[in-house]
Write a protein that binds this ligand. Structure first.
Ligand SMILES: CC(C)(COP(=O)(O)OP(=O)(O)OC[C@H]1O[C@@H](n2cnc3c(N)ncnc32)[C@H](O)[C@@H]1OP(=O)(O)O)[C@@H](O)C(=O)NCCC(=O)NCCS
Length: 424
């Protein structure tokens, strides 16, 4: 392997001729580092690097589930034959506001060896990968971010909001009017594996941001739920919802950690929470919720839903602005010219966006912009989780006047909170 000192310090200083093809590989001028398509032969080294980067070990089942997904999507960086960086992408279908199902690619396995960081390898791999994704014509690229400061420069915006909450179950009481619909059964994990996919599918079709989930990924999820110190997963199922959880003890307190809760109806939501909040020998129930989860309003003491952490979960990069904006629905009619800046590839431009009779039309135009924003900001607005007026107050979005901003803000609102379906 080339000594680190032999590597050029920064790609901008290194006069890289941006990816040019040589044979089946793509070579850049950072000494011996080669960016090329990955193959299954690279998989063991890639997973080792990923585990090293994140400081955890994945089970054989998880690795097998992932290796089945890589196809020809992996891009690796090698230095004298050793893998020193990688990224891959999975096919992903996602619900957008209004219920349309949009195809995209979900970026995953991103890591660069600590010996090769901050020399432009991620940027070089991402450039190659995203050019391929753009050429495939899918309107969206998705990812989850280890750090919030990395992906905005590549046009990704945080597009969902998740809160990790903790409820002291012993004190929780429901308001008198909250129904007690019943209909919940305790089932084995094997039975849950049979029942969950159909309920998830109905929930996914309703929920902006939620992705179709391949069966192997549910199995992976259940295998991975078994964290050190926790019990194996338990499942409770209603005909319109389910909760998957594990239990552990910390400081003599019993904790039930709900790692997946999906309810298609308000009755299923109430029925499942009534059971979770009546688990004997459990002090705290932990769960992940969207900001619009009704639980806090169902309890006589809303403060019992304590937020431990707020996370961004799903990030969106719009690869094709007209296709993505025409696919979703809006809460108000619009007739606006939007300038979108893409500092990474060439998805940006100036677009006339009109919404009338429930149908959106988005075409390139030469007309002067009335709203201007980075592609990453449009990604944050796209699923409805973030508000245009708040981003304008943060100086991340410009509108020509307050009426333009008011209508733009209103139009992008949705009637169901965006949520990520599964982590990838
Ligand atoms: C994050 C990681 C992949 C970056 O790889 P890298 O090869 O060092 O990144 P690059 O040198 O290509 O940097 C690309 C750009 O991102 C920026 N960047 C990279 N890592 C960053 C970080 N952790 N925080 C903020 N900015 C970051 C660089 O400054 C650079 O900006 P510029 O090109 O606009 O000047 C690498 O540090 C890593 O493997 N980290 C641990 C695992 C991880 O977090 N993976 C991401 C999973 S979502």
């Amino acid at each position: 392997m080339a000594a680190v000192s032999e590597l050029r310090p920064r790609h901008r200083d290194a006069e890289i001729r941006w990816p040019r093809r040589q044979g089946d590989g793509i070579h850049i001028g950072v000494n011996a580092v080669t960016i090329r398509p990955g193959t299954l032969d690279d998989w063991p080294a890639a997973t080792r690097l990923f585990e090293f980067a994140f400081g955890h070990r994945s089970s054989d089942e998880v690795l097998a589930a992932w290796s089945g997904e890589i196809g020809d999507s992996m891009v690796v960086a090698t230095d004298t034959g050793s893998v020193v960086g990688q990224t891959m992408d999975l096919p992903m279908t996602t619900t957008v506001p209004g219920g349309a199902q949009l195809t995209g690619r979900g970026i995953s396995l991103v890591a660069v060896a600590p010996t090769h960081r901050r020399r432009g390898l991620l940027r070089a791999m991402f450039t190659e990968q995203h050019k391929r994704i753009a050429a495939s014509g899918v309107p969206l690229a998705l990812l989850t971010a280890s750090e919030a400061s990395i992906y905005g420069r590549f046009g990704y915006g945080a597009a969902t909001i998740e809160s990790r909450v903790r409820i002291d179950r012993r004190l929780a009481k429901m308001h008198a009017g909250v129904p007690d619909p019943g209909g919940v059964r305790v089932v084995s994990v094997a039975e849950a594996t049979e029942l969950v996919p159909a309920i998830y599918e109905r929930w996914q079709a309703l929920t902006p941001g939620a992705q179709v989930r391949p069966k192997a990924m549910l199995d992976r999820y259940l295998a991975n739920a078994d964290k050190p110190g926790s019990t194996p997963p338990y499942a409770i199922v209603h005909r319109d919802g389910y909760a998957l959880f594990a239990r552990r003890t910390k400081d003599n307190e019993g904790i039930a950690r709900v790692f997946e809760f999906r309810a298609v109806t308000a009755d299923a939501h109430a029925a499942l929470w009534r059971i979770l909040l009546s688990l004997d020998l459990v002090t705290y129930v932990e769960a992940v919720q969207s900001p619009e989860d009704p639980l806090q309003y169902m309890l006589t003491d809303s403060r019992l839903v304590e937020v431990d952490e707020r996370e961004d979960a799903l990030w969106v990069r719009i690869m094709d602005v007209p296709a993505a904006l025409e696919a979703r629905t809006y809460s108000a009619d619009l007739d606006v010219v939007v300038e979108v800046r893409d500092g990474f590839l060439d998805a940006g431009g100036t677009f006339a966006l009109t919404v009338a009779d429930g149908k959106a039309r988005c075409v390139r135009t030469e007309a002067p912009a009335q709203v201007s924003l980075d592609l990453a900001v449009l990604g944050s607005l796209y699923l409805g989780a973030h508000r245009a007026r708040v981003l304008a107050a943060a100086h991340r979005l410009w509108a020509k006047d307050s009426e333009t901003l008011r209508v733009f803000d209103l139009a992008f609102q949705t009637d169901r909170a965006a949520e990520m379906g599964w982590g990838f």
